[in-house]
Each structure stands twice: as C-alpha cells, then as structure tokens.
Design a protein around this ligand. Structure first.
Ligand code: FAD
Length: 444
C-alpha cells in the first residue's frame, strides 16, 4: 500500500489506549493521502487518521488502516497583512506557534499543551480559557479535506460555510484533513498572576471572576480548601523597555518552578500515591502548599502552554456557564463524601459560544471542568459518578476525553447534529472513515 511503514502497535499519550492496525501509512503529501484512500476503498478497509495520540477517548484505534499524519507538516502559506496562515494538517501547535512568531503573528487563544496536531486538536474541540477569546476551532477559517471518493474538498467562510462549521470539530470523519487555515492576531504578551485563595469564596463568585479577566482558570486539589487561580491579561503592544518591569520572575526561574514544584512534585505524589493510596490525601495537602503565588510576563504561547511530563487520563465536560459553580460544588462534595483519591487537581476553565456544529461549547457561554487521574490509579468509578453530575447540569463531553455517552443521549444537546451527520454522509457515504467509537457516538 502507498506510504506504508512498519505496522507496530499504537499507544495513546495517556497510555489507556492501544491498537494494532493491519496497516500503518505515513503519507508525505496530498496525492499520497488520496492514493491511500483509494487503495483502502478497493480493499474494503477502514481508515483512521491519527495526530499526536493525545486523545483519551478511542477515536483513533482501528484494525484497518492507521493514517499517521506526522509527515504532513509545515507552512503552506501566510498572509501577514490579512493575518492568516495555512498549515499542513499534522503540524503541531508548537510548530505552528514558532511559524507564527517568525511572521509577527500569534493565535488569540491556545490550549494548555502544544504537542497535539492542528487537525487533531480541532477534531475534538480543543479549547483554552477566556470568555472573550475563541477556541482553536473558532480560529479556523478554511479547511481542505481528502475524501474517500478521491476528491479534495475545500471550505471557508465564503465557500461552503456550513462545511466549515462542521469541520471546526470534525472527529476525523469528514475526510482526511490536508490543510487548515487560521485567523491570527498580532504577536502579543501575557501577564500572568497566580494566587492561592479559599476555594469556597472563589466558586461563589466564579462567573464574575471569569468575566473579569481576559483568561481565567483555577485548579483545586482534592482534600484541601485552597484553589490555585491563574489570571492572564493581554498586554498592550509596548516596547520591551515598558513591559520588562512587569516580569518579576525570570523565565528560567519559572521553568524551574514548573519543573520542580508543579510537575515533578505531582509526578512523585502520583507515584507514591499509586503505591500508598492511603497517603494521597496528605500528599495532596503537601503538594498544594508547595505551589506558591507568582507573577510573570511572557510571549503569549509560552504563557498559555506548558510541558506535561507526567502522563494521566482525563474526563472533561462543557457546561452552561451558570451551571459550572453548582456542578463544581457537587463534585467537591462527591469527592469528599466518597473519599475518591485523586492525584491531580480538578481544573476549571471557560470559553465563549462556539460556531462548530459539534463543538461542546456550541451556542452557549461555557465552563469546562476537567478531571484528571494519574494513569496507574483507578479512575472509572469516579469519572462515572462525576459524569452523572455533568449530565444533570446539561454538560457535553469533550470529544477527546473519557466519557460513556452515545449518540442516543448526545444528539438532542447539539442544535446542528443533523446538519453534521448529513455532511458526513455526503463526504463519506460508505463510512470508510468511521471506527467503532465514532459509530457509537454519532449513531451511524
Ligand atoms: C497533555 C494534554 C493536554 C491537553 N490539553 C488540552 C487543552 O488544554 N484543551 C483541550 O480542549 N484539550 C486538551 N487536550 C486534549 C487534546 O487536545 C485532544 O484530545 C486533541 O484532539 C488531540 O490531538 P492529537 O493531534 O493528539 O489527535 P489524536 O488524538 O491523534 O486524534 C484526535 C482525532 O483527530 C483525528 N485526526 C487527526 N488528524 C487528522 C487529520 N489530518 N484528518 C482527519 N482527522 C484527523 C483523529 O482521527 C481523531 O478522531 C490535552 C491532551 C493532553 C494529552
């Protein structure tokens, strides 16, 4: 088969998914992608594209053809005046940030990690935080896709705009994404202020705090009464002379703080907690106390993202903004009542209403609650119990994280569900790009 490479087992970043595809291909360009699709159709095989494997839900695993997009990378074109960039689908968010920096540009908002690919990230509705700033998908203004029928289909805000809305959160079922065009902004810096504060008072004024900041997020370590808040403010474009005094800790010091206190410590706590589950509560208190308040200024993409050396599993839900505080209180009570031992903090973020048909934040201001657990510790019972709370508050699952919802209960919470399914059926009538999980969540 075209572009075939040695087919070894595939593992997700979180370590919770493994697959052994019958064929793995790594096409170099669009023509090779089209050939792969043609050959798969002829052989009656299904095809699942894969990005960086950063999803926890089984979107990628297949026993058919895994289409590795890691050779489809780099800049296709940039228009500095119109502040638009087109990159190949397998470009990572990190590579994209560096490309944009060279052209004096940046993305307006980013997720907290930069290792996912651009096509993979938009597939699942990857978001950052901030009520006034779009997720990755809403910064997309054009997509080109290779379809199993051998066509390259394009869409933009003026050409097939309904397909653009579907492609903004595509789940890898509309076609193999070849290129993505994004609207950018001028490069900017962020001032970050991180504090420890009582979690109860913070949750009481959550909506106000979220709407009062450019980018607001907080995390809470179970077993403690303290929240760690992070407020990021977009700086005006002044020369370096003006902005330098706003950065009282250097980047080197912050990275040491991140590596030693915030990640190694939680890795250590996770490992010790896996060996001595009863110690988790006490360890969490130590970990929470070790994280200090700090302020710093940095280039936007460096402030938005951090490295994630400790692997974990996650379940995240998008809630109507006003339901976020009540849902958080119920989750906190659940953890405290049932004594679930979580070795990672719960993380709360927010986003504006989104355009993508299947965006979990579609059509409403959204609060995101993210639950994480060290990979070797039990998570299923807690994630299930938490999901009931999320569902009761109108939550929609993040497509890339763990959940148990199926099409039957998801369809009614997406106003444009049928439009998405109609476009999928038009572009891939024989379901070549469907896998077991996508069939289940889409009901096709
Ligand atoms: C450490 C870490 C931090 C994270 N932080 C955030 C965060 O801050 N915010 C957030 O919302 N999410 C976050 N996530 C989740 C992550 O962004 C999503 O799961 C994302 O989809 C992963 O992208 P990927 O490149 O790894 O794609 P994969 O997980 O490999 O694939 C995801 C989907 O994309 C499809 N796909 C990939 N490439 C193509 C292509 N070229 N054409 C068609 N389909 C394609 C796949 O078929 C699959 O359906 C995080 C995950 C991790 C592990």
């Amino acid at each position: 088969m075209t572009a075939q490479v040695r087919s070894t087992a595939w593992h997700s970043w979180g370590g919770n998914l493994t697959a052994r595809p019958s064929v793995t291909v790594r096409p170099d360009d669009s023509d090779q992608v089209l050939h792969v699709l043609e050959e798969a159709v002829a052989a009656g095989k299904s095809v699942r594209p894969s990005g960086s494997g950063h999803s926890w839900s089984p979107l990628v695993p297949t026993d058919g053809v895994r289409l590795d997009t890691s050779a489809l990378t780099g800049l296709a074109s940039v228009d500095e005046d119109r502040q638009q960039v087109t990159v190949f689908a397998g470009t990572t968010v990190h590579q994209l940030n560096l490309i944009l920096e060279e052209h004096g540009l940046a993305l307006a908002n980013l997720p907290d990690c930069a290792h996912m690919t651009v096509a993979g990230a938009i597939a699942t509705g990857t978001h950052g935080t901030g009520l006034g700033q779009p997720s990755l998908g809403d910064q997309v203004i054009g997509v080109s896709l290779a379809t199993p029928s051998g066509d390259v289909v394009t869409c933009s805000e003026t050409h097939r705009s309904e397909l653009l809305r579907a492609a903004r959160v595509h789940l890898g079922v509309l076609g193999v994404v070849l290129t993505v065009t994004l609207r950018c902004v001028s490069a900017f810096r962020l001032h970050c202020a991180e504090f420890r504060e009582p979690v109860a008072g913070l949750v009481d004024s959550l909506q106000e705090r979220m709407s009062g900041a450019d980018h607001f997020e907080f995390s809470w370590v179970p077993g403690t009464s303290v929240a760690h808040t992070r407020i990021m403010s977009r700086l005006h474009r002044l020369s370096a002379t003006y902005t330098r005094p706003a950065s009282p800790i250097s980047r080197a010091l912050r990275r040491t703080d991140d590596a030693v206190l915030r990640t190694s410590l939680s890795a250590g706590l996770g490992r010790v907690g896996a060996l001595m589950p009863r110690a988790v509560g006490g360890l969490n208190k130590i970990g929470s106390m070790a994280v200090s308040s700090r302020r710093y200024t940095d280039i936007s993409y460096r402030a938005f993202t951090a490295s994630r050396p400790v692997h974990y599993v996650a379940s995240e839900h998008a809630l109507p903004l006003e339901a976020t505080a009540p849902a958080f209180r119920e989750l906190k009570a659940l953890v405290e009542r049932d004594g679930y031992e979580l070795t990672f903090p719960m993380h709360v973020r927010c986003s504006p209403p989104e355009q993508g048909y299947l965006s979990p934040a579609a059509g409403r201001y959204t609060g995101w609650i993210n639950l994480r657990q060290y990979g070797k510790r039990p998570h299923k019972t807690f994630f299930r119990a938490a999901e009931e709370i999320f569902v009761a508050h109108g939550g929609r699952p993040h497509w890339g994280t763990l959940h148990t919802r199926t099409a039957e209960d998801l369809a009614s919470s997406y106003p444009h569900w049928d439009e998405f399914l109609a476009l999928r059926a038009e572009l891939d009538p024989d379901g070549v790009l469907l896998g077991e999980h996508t069939r289940e969540v889409l009901g096709v």
